[in-house]
Design a protein around this ligand. Structure first.
Ligand SMILES: Nc1ncnc2c1ncn2[C@@H]1O[C@H](COP(=O)(O)OP(=O)(O)O)[C@@H](O)[C@H]1O
Ligand SMILES: [Mg+2]
Length: 386
């Protein structure tokens, strides 16, 4: 296993599309790192530059500390799994797996021994003589893993390998891939646009947008401390309140929302250390500055509010923000989502807020149409640059 470094890598395609724009990234030895982002943000191009199928216009690619920017793919010691899998349809499972070994001049006997070992590792012993079309989608996937790993590469690259599979098989294969990766101990770069997949698989996630890395960190860091509004919205569900800074004391910031409600939130550890120019530098957050507050649905606390007070200033809410704060809402819809109960709430100005609660928590007495106040712990709310 080796470390991978991208150093200020840029790739522009004919026609002027800047697919990758100054990306620097280190994938540590044995790490499972995911490039996550919406379609077209440059994930595949980045992966293909690591594999050598694409040449950067500027910057360098290093594998195991060695500059491979000008080294052809077959001399880079990477194993790649494509979205299409690209198995040979006319060959048996065994031949598919030993193909790469034979291409490298390994003897038939030795290649077969190694291929059988790999098939055992992905739990496909006994399937050696089937053709790809005689396998399920999940089994074909495992053949593709075995084939990529058979040549014992030092880097494992996967480009949206599960995109075509249904949710249940996808879940099972995610677990299998993670187990396989840990058993082999191989440095892995995985590409997906699916945030759930990235969260469950990765040691670290690099969130990409428009050819750049917006933030890099562990799934927990990215979820709890998004560096930008884009990351907060892309990774998991969140409620966003645009407003202006009223007051700041250390990391604690008081914000007046566009609807005029005053809320408190904190600058996260991620604020200011994101790779993006859009992330808030902590020093810039001062009274009058436009910011956005992000609150996860599970941090939304609901308290009953006196229904009669809906006309004027809602009971318990101080719009001047002197004391308690809070946002008055009406319960619009209650959904039961597995073990969670999801409340869809509306502010007087029509902004939707979503709050989720564990089923059986039984603290909520509000029904549909009920009046409530939304509060949250400032420690669980993040101030982000607009
Ligand atoms: N061979 C190519 N020629 C021209 N444009 C390309 C080529 N490959 C990718 N692009 C463009 O580069 C951008 C990034 O593409 P890609 O890396 O495939 O994104 P992702 O994998 O994140 O969906 C897109 O705008 C895409 O249309
Ligand atoms: Mg892609």
């Amino acid at each position: 296993m080796s470390q991978v470094d991208l150093v200020e890598v840029t790739k522009t395609f004919p026609g002027g599309v800047k697919a990758v724009d100054g990306v620097s990234l280190t994938v540590r030895q044995g790490e499972f790192l995911t490039l996550l982002g919406p379609s077209g943000c440059g994930k595949t191009t980045s992966l293909r530059m690591i594999a050598g199928f694409e040449q950067p216009d500027a910057g360098r690619v290093l594998i195991g500390g060695r500059d491979v920017t000008r080294v052809p793919p077959y001399e880079r010691d990477t194993g790649m799994v494509f979205q299409s899998l690209a198995l040979f349809p006319h060959m048996s499972v065994l031949d598919n797996v030993l193909y790469g070994l034979r291409m490298r001049g390994v003897s038939r006997t030795e290649a077969e021994r190694r291929a059988r070992e790999m098939l055992a590792l992905v739990q496909l012993s006994g399937y050696e003589h089937r053709r790809p079309h005689q396998l399920s989608g999940g089994q074909r996937q495992r053949v593709a893993f075995a084939r990529a790993l058979a040549v014992n590469p030092s880097i494992f690259l996967l480009d949206e390998p599960f995109a075509a599979l249904d949710a249940k098989i996808r879940d099972e294969l995610q677990v299998e891939l993670r187990r396989l990766q840990q058993r082999v101990g191989i440095t892995t770069v995985f590409v997906t646009h699916n945030q759930r997949e990235a969260m469950t698989l990765s040691d670290r996630i690099a969130v990409m947008r428009d050819g750049r890395i917006e933030q890099i960190g562990s799934p927990q860091e990215i979820y709890e401390d998004p560096a930008t509004v884009f990351v907060a919205g892309f990774v998991g569900m969140t409620n966003l309140f645009r407003g202006h800074v009223v007051e700041r004391a250390g990391r604690r910031v008081r914000v007046k929302t566009e609807e005029g409600f005053v809320v408190e939130a904190e600058l996260g550890a991620g604020t200011g250390n994101g790779a993006s120019k859009d992330s808030a530098a902590a020093g810039d957050v001062a009274p009058g500055k436009p910011v956005t507050v992000s609150v996860r649905p599970e941090s939304v606390r609901l308290e009953p509010r006196d229904q009669d007070a809906r006309g004027g200033s809602p009971a318990g809410v101080d719009p001047s923000g002197g004391g308690q704060g809070g946002i008055p809402v009406t319960v619009d819809l209650i959904r039961f989502v597995g073990e969670l109960i999801e409340y869809h709430l509306y502010t007087p100005g029509g902004q939707e807020i979503i709050g989720t609660y564990q089923r059986g928590q039984r603290t909520l007495s509000m029904g549909q149409g009920g009046a409530a106040i939304v509060r949250f712990d400032p420690k669980e709310a993040r101030v982000l640059w607009r």
